[in-house]
Design a protein around this ligand. Structure first.
Ligand code: 5AD
Ligand code: SF4
Length: 476
């Protein structure tokens, strides 16, 4: 009878249902902590991109609401790995570390181990965890992170192992507690998933179809963050330039930016990631006229060869990309451009690679994230002929790195001697006498200062360029 009564009390609607599970677990954890004579702790390890970092803040919010306190290491009672699968080496790293968690668990009977994120959406990964890592308690994917409390509850109430991975979802549960890593800057999801199906990329398979949040909901979240003291916002999506196209009342990303700009208290706006094929002149215009949108654009080019770009299904040519860069630089000369480049995509010849080097030189990137092509099973590129031998790809990768770092130093050097406004982010890890500040263009400067200045805007003179960052001094 008692059980029936409890069942009846569980709300059906979200987020009430999850809030209910959080309060139940919190009470159970409080009693357990009394028995143990210590607090129960959690630790989240995040792999991969900004999207995962944002998800981890939400997961941390749920665990805090369940009564866990944060531990700095994996010596904790609840350990969660939020995984990435964009490249094979991300997976290998995770397997190694799960093994290590097994050792820790044998020393702490209280410990629970949970895995989530992109890697868990893959069938072969789920099977391997089921078979070879039997000490893992909870596994979930990218579509149901909001349900963490419910999954813990199920584990605590009799289920031996909880596996819940959804193929897809059209629901987005917001309004749950979330932690912020920084008290002055925060990420805001504006859309989930990706519809582009670049032929090398696993993201559309593990994060699902593109879903935009309603502008009113985004603005309400930004306003709330501003009222809590957040001054810098990062709008997040796999392809922000196609934001809003599928909403019942369509709106462009440029229009969304105009609205975010109106929010009082927000002084800096950033966004990630732009796809060159969808970057509109309207967006360039909005950026140009904005006082708040940062002078930085991350514009993944992937390859400089039109032939390879076509095989990658990127939907632009080398010339399109260069012309876009030139339009952006003409409108906003002080902008910093960064990019992603893949080396060794199937069929890439020396000539194709030289085209990539050519774009790197012509575009004058401030920095570039460079990746060795990694074969992801299930993607079209995995079954393409002419896979490039690893040695050859590695050799090209080294040559690319050289050109990228020369270009990046050239660009960064241009800032030397200027005085700029920076947002102070943290105390320098190597030298506690120094603070680290971020420029509008996303570069970092280290300068002597006091920790009270963290979270404020200060003016700093960029005395010396150190390759991809500066050393500076405060200016009154
Ligand atoms: N191999 C190598 N790099 C990849 N990326 C995405 N998929 C792969 C892959 N299979 C890179 C792209 C993307 C970045 C986030 O990761 O450059 O922009
Ligand atoms: Fe992957 Fe292309 Fe989507 Fe980016 S735009 S997440 S590279 S499929």
């Amino acid at each position: 009878m008692q059980e029936t009564k409890t069942m009846e009390q569980i709300p059906e609607t979200e987020p009430e249902r999850q809030l209910y599970f959080m309060s139940r677990i919190k009470e159970e954890n409080r009693l357990r902590a009394e028995e143990l004579g210590r607090n129960l702790t959690y630790h989240i390890e995040t792999f991969g991109c900004q999207m995962n970092a944002k998800d981890s803040e939400k997961l941390a919010g749920i665990l805090t609401s369940c009564g866990y306190t944060e531990a700095a290491t994996e010596q904790a009672d609840f350990v969660l790995y939020n995984t990435c699968t964009v490249r094979e080496n991300a997976n290998t790293k995770v397997y190694g570390r799960i093994g290590y968690l097994g050792n820790l668990k044998s020393k702490n009977p209280e410990m629970k181990i949970a895995l989530c994120g992109c890697m868990m959406q893959e069938q072969h990964v789920q099977e391997k965890i089921k078979k070879s890592y039997r000490f893992v308690d909870i596994v979930f994917g990218t579509h149901n992170i909001y349900k963490l409390a419910e999954l813990i509850y199920r584990k605590n109430h009799g289920e031996k192992r909880v596996f819940e991975i959804l193929e897809s979802t059209d629901r987005v549960v917001e309004d749950l507690p979330s932690e912020h890593k920084y008290r002055f800057k925060a990420g805001v999801n504006i859309m989930y998933g990706c519809n582009n199906f670049c032929s090398y990329c696993i993201v559309p398979y593990v994060r699902g179809r593109e879903r935009s949040r309603k502008p009113e909901d985004i603005i309400a979240e930004v306003e709330k963050l501003a009222s809590e003291g957040i001054v810098e916002i990062m709008l997040l999506g796999q392809n922000v330039n196609s934001y809003g196209k599928t909403l019942s009342e369509p709106i462009s990303f440029a229009e969304l930016l105009r609205r975010v700009e109106q929010v009082e208290g927000i002084r800096r706006i950033r966004f990630m990631t732009s796809h060159p094929k969808d970057l509109s002149d309207e967006l360039i215009e909005v950026m140009k006229n904005s006082k708040k949108i940062c002078r930085h654009l991350h514009l993944p080019m992937q390859s400089g060869s039109t032939k390879i770009l076509r095989k990658m299904n990127r939907k632009y040519t080398k010339e399109d990309y260069l012309s876009l860069v030139s339009r952006i630089r003409t409108a906003i000369p002080e902008i910093s451009l960064t990019t992603d480049i893949i080396v060794g995509f199937p069929g890439e010849t020396e000539e194709d690679f030289l085209e990539t080097l050519d774009v790197v030189k012509k575009a004058g990137f401030d920095s570039a994230y460079t990746f060795l092509y990694s074969k992801r099973s299930g993607t079209p590129a995995a079954s393409m002929e002419d896979q490039v031998p690893e040695e050859l790809a590695k050799e090209r990768f080294q040559r690319l790195l050289q050109v990228v770092s020369e270009q990046s130093e050239l660009q960064t050097k241009k800032g030397e001697g200027q005085t700029v406004e920076v947002l102070v982010e943290e105390q320098n890890a190597q030298d506690p006498a120094l603070l680290t500040g971020r420029l509008s263009n996303n570069l970092l400067v280290h300068f002597p200062g006091s920790t009270e200045q963290i979270g404020t805007f200060v003016n700093v003179k960029l005395n010396e360029c150190k390759g991809f960052y500066y050393l500076g001094t405060l200016v009154d």
